[in-house]
Ligand binder design. Structure first.
Ligand SMILES: [Mn+2]
Length: 322
């Protein structure tokens, strides 16, 4: 653990939210999660899942993390399989015990998902259920919005607006989705939706006087089967910075006037003008001014080629100019 921490520090990295995992059985595990973890009808299985979460908190404390994300695959595949209320109560009871093990400055993020691996019901299936748990647990518990964890065409920006209003938005798992939990690169499928989410974020965070950087958990939850994961990460960061900058551009006063005058056309124009403004040079300049690269992807690819040449030719160094 200490060596992990030291290695991270060497690279200027720190640890964000810890994720517990009671959705996959581990080798040597006594009780299976085939029929759920915190919801399970057997209290020994629930006990095992609770203990695992508490162990994750303990390791997180050692790593300097300050939050725990709980995503449960608990649910049912067929009508009648589960008593919904009992499953909810068991889960709540488990989450309460985990919550009570959180250090004072920690947050708990309750992530939701509408289906998969269970296809009839999920015990934390949507933002309403997540918010129910978060409200019952207390002030350290928040709802986590994974952009891919919604049924098709859900109005995610509205969900974000209301969670912010309630002070219960914990943060994001950024990704994008065409069909379901696709874990595609954020902004690759529905960039306008992403802009509208940031529009609500900026508006809601400012209304609550929140620190844009620190008061939410900004996480990327994507999967890479066909890309270099680091390249995808660079694309993701760019894809997040752009709509954020565009949302900062929205003239809130004019938008409010349009809304209050029922000027639907003007309201749409205000938002779409910002979305259609090319802020890529501005975002690149901002990155440069804080010591980053104008074109991170090009820099990374250039370095990859350089390292490859050094390896192939057995040289100490190589100069490339891409
Ligand atoms: Mn996620």
């Amino acid at each position: 653990m200490q060596s992990v921490k030291a290695l991270a520090a060497e690279h200027g990295l720190r640890f964000d939210a810890m994720n517990s995992n009671t959705f996959q059985d581990q080798p040597g595990q006594e009780h299976s999660y085939k029929f759920g973890s915190l919801q399970h009808v057997d209290k020994n299985t629930r006990r095992q899942a609770i203990d695992h979460n508490i162990e994750v908190i303990r390791q997180g404390v050692e790593l300097g993390s300050d939050s725990l994300t709980v995503w449960l695959s608990d649910g049912s595949c067929f009508p009648g399989q589960l008593n919904f209320r009992q499953a909810f109560q068991n889960t709540l009871e488990g989450l309460r015990e985990i919550y009570s093990a959180l250090p004072a400055h920690w947050k708990m993020f309750v992530e939701y998902k509408p289906f998969e691996p269970n296809f009839y019901s999920m015990t934390v299936g949507d933002w309403g259920q997540s918010l129910l748990y978060a409200n019952k647990l207390g002030p350290k518990a928040y709802t986590l919005v994974d952009l891919g964890h919604h049924l098709p065409n859900a109005n995610i920006e509205q969900i974000v607006a209301l969670l912010l209003m309630e002070g219960k938005l914990g943060g994001f798992h950024f990704n994008d989705s065409k069909y379901a939990d696709d874990d595609l690169t954020v902004g690759s499928i529905k960039p306008y939706q992403l802009f509208l989410i940031f529009n609500e974020l900026v508006d809601g965070m400012d209304a609550r006087g929140m620190d844009h950087r620190r008061d939410l958990g900004w996480m990327i939850d994507a999967s890479h089967n066909v890309k270099d994961p680091l390249e995808d990460l660079l694309q993701s960061v760019e894809a997040i910075m752009l709509p954020y900058a565009q949302a900062l551009l929205v003239d809130r006063k004019r938008l409010k006037e349009a809304q209050e005058g029922n000027d639907v056309v003007a309201a749409q124009e205000i938002l779409q003008n910002c979305f259609r403004t090319d802020l890529r040079p501005l975002v690149a300049e901002a990155r440069l001014r804080v010591g980053g690269a104008l074109q991170p992807l090009a820099v990374y690819r250039n370095e990859k080629i350089r390292q490859q040449l050094i390896k192939e030719r057995g040289l100490k160094t190589v100069a490339t100019g891409l």
